[in-house]
Design a protein around this ligand. Sequence first.
Ligand code: SF4
Ligand code: ZN
Length: 343
Amino acid sequence: MPVQCSNCVQRRAVLKRPKTGHSLCKDCFFWAFEEEIHQTILSAGLFNRGETVAIGASGGKDSTVLAHVMKVLNERYDYGLNLLLLSVDEGITGYRDDSLETVKRNQQQYELPLKIVSYEELYGWTMDAIVKQVGLKNNCTFCGVFRRQALDRGAMMLKVDKICTGHNADDVAETVLMNVLRGDIARLRRCTSISTASDGEGAIPRCKPLKYAYEKEIVLYAYFKKLDYFSTECIYSPNAYRGHARAFLKDLESIRPSSIIDVIHSGETLSVKEGVKMPVQGMCSRCGYISSQALCKSCVLLEGLNRGLPKLGIGKHHRLHGKILAQEPLTEQEEKKLKAVDF
Ligand code: SF4
Ligand code: ZN
């Protein structure tokens, strides 16, 4: 017998909500999903009327759903936001070039302006070239650091007030787990916050409107809305550590669906004992980006690439920053250590 929607009690249910277990029809699911995001935006006060907001768009399901829902809510509730799409082209042949085609279609479908910034124009390196030099073990470190800064630079070019990204509840819970497993207290404290304030020059406030949206529901929403998104994985994707955290979380979710939200709540309510040493945010003396060291991570990684010493930015080599800044040569021994690459 067909199951009735438990909300409207009129139409046939087409799905069981992964988050609540409720059987819902398509329309009631759309409404519930969108309303929860609206409530998230309201209760965290994510936006103010009149602001220009860049939506970080990769063409993947999360950012496509984010762009769609932001547009719907902006119109339905008259947020008064000026929305636009901002994409980063990492320079990954066979992956990003295809997904950017999706973003270009989204631009048409949602009638939003689109800006694309590329690693090549910002750093002089594509991910294809970086992988050739550094191999497939640490490539995501380069990519992640560069993407973060690239989004900021793109946002600055566009003079936006805020950036919102498609990070979902699963992503946040995974990050909490990873930071617990690594004992990274500073990140653990930061990673659950729904928005980052502008901490000094060089950083545009970011927020995650999908912070409480389950990945499974994002997929269902995109599927039933027939959204146009790109679902291929990056060809350079090892990210093994996150992969394990993800698999672990999925196992927990299958036994207890609330595990995802529970992990996020644990992260949110964690408080750090007084006296625990936290990195002090300053400014990169080379590029002006926020950094807790003399040089920001991006500049160190780039220096490593340009000098043919890819390990410079991997691991702790802070004491070498002074030498780099002064453009001093490294000793033979220092060079040798930084050259070794594990493929
Ligand atoms: Fe970049 Fe790694 Fe993501 Fe590929 S998987 S886009 S290399 S961070
Ligand atoms: Zn820098």
